[in-house]
Design a protein around this ligand. Structure first.
Ligand SMILES: [Zn+2]
Length: 315
């Protein structure tokens, strides 16, 4: 735990790190938050594909959003965020394991994408739903056979995935959350960042919180929430994507009047879960006819849609 004092730049020394989730808490209000920075972990995911920029951007947002949402939960398994649409883009999916392994991909109709581009339908500042059409975004936590899968679902709407998720949180009094996310390709290197603030009900306030919510009146809590949320939204893309700025410095800039405490960071990395074994079990499940249909010279070639690794199965 480290306190970021107004006039003490010591905490901003040290290495500027990427691929981290950094929990923080505001002293004035007790509100909790997360700051997320993705560099090589995101870039490695996207460099396995040759997505057009507009699609890569959506995948970057999906991966970043998955990291942000998963960081709110305690789980032992796999968190998955999946957007499904009827438009050019069929699915956007990212998953995060509790050990920090991260992956993501998109499936889309390339011909339809090129047609949309040619027709001028993909103008600067296109919205999410220009590409996905109607659809929904869902998140699940898979903790194995013996535990529940938690699922949240909301319609795709607005300009970005962030808009849809913000709408989900607006509908839920229990999970008041404010988010800021951004991603960008800087000279061939993808980066992303996210900031998130949560308004937790009393029974979620953790032990050791600097300010117990119960000490505040409802009106004070609301005022704290609105003030802090407004400060979070003053963040800019340039700040959150600045590879040279320490994340503590960003938090200090945004919340210096609130006082910020940062906790131990968690790291994430790009890692896929595909394997020869898993692919073989998929092929085993096919009918004899399907196997024949898929095979060429007695071999079935399958490519992992997440990491583009190719597996060959002899049948
Ligand atoms: Zn893979």
């Amino acid at each position: 735990m480290a306190k970021i004092a107004n006039d003490n730049p010591v905490d901003q020394d040290g290495e500027v790190k990427d691929n981290i989730i950094l929990p923080f808490q505001l002293q004035e209000s007790g509100l909790r938050g997360r700051s997320i920075r993705l560099g090589s972990a995101l870039n490695n995911i996207l460099s396995n594909h040759n997505y057009p920029d507009a699609i890569a951007h959506l995948v970057a947002d999906t991966v970043t959003m998955a990291v942000a949402l998963s960081s709110m939960l305690k789980y032992d398994g796999i968190f998955t965020l999946q957007a499904s649409g009827k438009g050019v883009v069929k699915t956007l999916v990212a998953d995060v394991q509790n050990n920090g392994a991260l992956r993501g991909c998109a499936s889309f109709d390339n011909d339809a994408f090129l047609d949309l581009k040619k027709s001028g339908g993909l103008y600067d500042g296109y919205s999410l739903t220009d590409l996905t059409g109607e659809g929904y975004v869902a998140f699940t936590v898979d903790q194995g056979a013996h535990t529940d899968r938690y699922q949240g679902i909301v319609a795709l709407e607005g300009d970005s995935l962030q808009d849809s998720i913000a709408h989900y949180f607006e509908q839920s009094e229990q999970l008041r959350t404010s988010l800021y996310i951004a991603s960008r390709n800087d000279e061939g290197q993808w980066r992303a960042g996210a900031l998130m603030l949560q308004y937790l009900p009393d029974d979620h306030a953790g032990e050791g919180d600097v300010v117990a919510f119960s000490e505040k009146s409802e009106a004070e809590r609301k005022e704290d929430w609105h003030r802090s949320k407004t400060l979070l939204q003053t963040c800019t893309d340039d700040e959150i994507l600045d590879a040279d700025m320490h994340i503590n410095e960003l938090l200090r800039r945004l919340f210096h009047e609130e006082g910020v405490i940062v906790y131990d960071e968690k790291t994430v990395r790009h890692e896929c879960r595909c394997s020869q074994e898993k692919v073989e079990s998929v092929v085993d499940g096919l009918s004899v006819d399907d196997k024949k249909h898929a095979a060429k010279d007695g071999k079935i070639e399958m490519t992992c849609e997440f990491c583009s690794k190719t597996f060959i199965i002899e049948i």
